[in-house]
Design a protein around this ligand. Structure first.
Ligand SMILES: [Zn+2]
Ligand SMILES: [Zn+2]
Length: 374
């Protein structure tokens, strides 16, 4: 093994700064990226190795005194001729390698999963529906059928990395200068380059497109429900398989019906006289017209339950209920004739204002009776 000082062209009392400067100058000259060929590669290895030793004060002291570099190396036993188990290997074992990747990456990959929103009506959520959405996605390029190449051409082995997809590069670290493996910049780690990339997809094998997608929305979905469609996401690069598509449901608010789980609710407002006398109302429900009979003396706040006219159950069978909340309209803008009639009615009925709940009324009435009897 040659002398490390000679390798870097330095005297034995060179400063750390001189060592670094000498290394940078030589590394730029012999780096495999700028100087291909085996001779330069060997030289580069020697330079890097010399720098690893001399830039580390402990290793340098040890080397100066013994001519041996394994004494305090920490990761003893590295170096040229030590059975191919180099510093980069140790470093990669230690640091988890350069992204954990070895060898060329495939140009063909699975497409990404995608998520879109679909707004549907309450009626579609109640009964389920088929709906067609316009989806912005990636589709396999038709011009090259995903091959990424112009017709009649094919990928070529990358000249920078010779198809490895990886290059080695020296980097400075706390462990000294080490060789690190990284994706080849010439081919982005693919190991191959495209002599004539497809003009349609620019060598991606896929293009952006807007396409219609018809989905089946099951009954019972609600805002936030996600429908998973396997293989309906983006086409992968290089003719790769499609990712998955997730459709997130948004149920549009309805002017007439509100939803509470599997139940629907609505309101119906009846005139005071109709509430008192009892009446029949026809409601325009999601299932069509439904006749509801309100009994004599229906009070405001009464809830009429229409069984099975709610939302279809997403998991399970049957449907929830439709709850009809009854409101009673108090007449306003009375004519003098109507006012007289109302007064007459109140008089006939002996109507009085009650403060508090009904049981309190009876309690006060009882107290009054008791007082009278005294
Ligand atoms: Zn193409
Ligand atoms: Zn390459």
């Amino acid at each position: 093994m040659s002398d490390h000082y000679e390798t870097l062209g330095l005297s034995r009392d060179a400063s750390q700064e001189e060592i670094r400067r000498a290394y940078r100058k030589l590394a730029r000259k012999y780096h495999p990226d700028v100087n291909p060929g085996e001779e330069a590669a060997d030289r580069f290895k020697q330079i890097s190795h010399a720098f690893q030793v001399l830039s580390d004060p402990d290793k340098r002291r040890n080397y100066d005194s013994t001519g041996n570099e394994n004494g305090n190396a920490g990761f003893g036993g590295f170096g040229q001729g030590s059975g191919g188990f180099g510093f980069a290997d140790i470093f990669e074992t230690f640091m988890g390698a350069a992204g954990g990747q070895r060898g060329p990456a495939s140009r063909t990959r699975r497409g990404q999963d995608a998520q879109i929103r679909a707004q549907i009506s309450l009626k579609d959520a109640v009964f389920g529906a088929e709906t067609t959405l316009q989806v912005d996605t990636a589709v396999t390029c038709e011009a090259c059928n995903g091959s990424c190449c112009e017709p009649g051409t094919s990928p070529e082995t990358c000249s920078t990395c010779h198809g490895q997809g990886m290059i080695q590069r020296p980097v400075r670290s706390v462990l000294g200068t080490i060789m690190t493996t990284e994706a080849c910049p010439g081919c982005q780690g693919m190991g191959t380059t495209l002599p004539s990339p497809c003009h349609e997809c620019h060598g991606q094998g896929r293009v952006r497109a807007r396409k219609p997608l018809t989905i089946k929305v099951p009954a019972g979905v609600d805002t936030g429900t996600r429908i998973h469609l396997a293989g309906r996401g983006e086409a992968g690069p290089g003719g790769g398989p499609h990712g998955d598509l997730y459709v997130e449901i948004v149920v549009a608010p309805d002017a007439t019906f509100a939803r509470e789980g599997d139940n629907l609710s609505t309101t119906v407002t009846v005139p005071m006289a109709a509430a008192a006398l009892g009446t029949t109302v026809t409601l325009d429900t999601l299932d069509g017209p439904q006749t509801v009979t309100l009994a004599e003396g229906t009070q405001p706040g009464h809830v009429e339950v229409l069984k099975g006219l709610g939302v279809g159950r997403l998991r399970g069978v049957g449907r929830g209920d439709l709850r009809v909340n009854v409101l009673v309209a108090t007449p306003t803008d009375l004519t003098s004739e109507q006012r007289e009639l109302m007064e007459r009615l109140a008089e006939l009925r002996g109507e009085e204002v009650v403060h508090g709940a009904k049981h309190q009324k009876s309690m006060f009435a009882r107290i009054r009776e008791n007082l009278k009897n005294l």
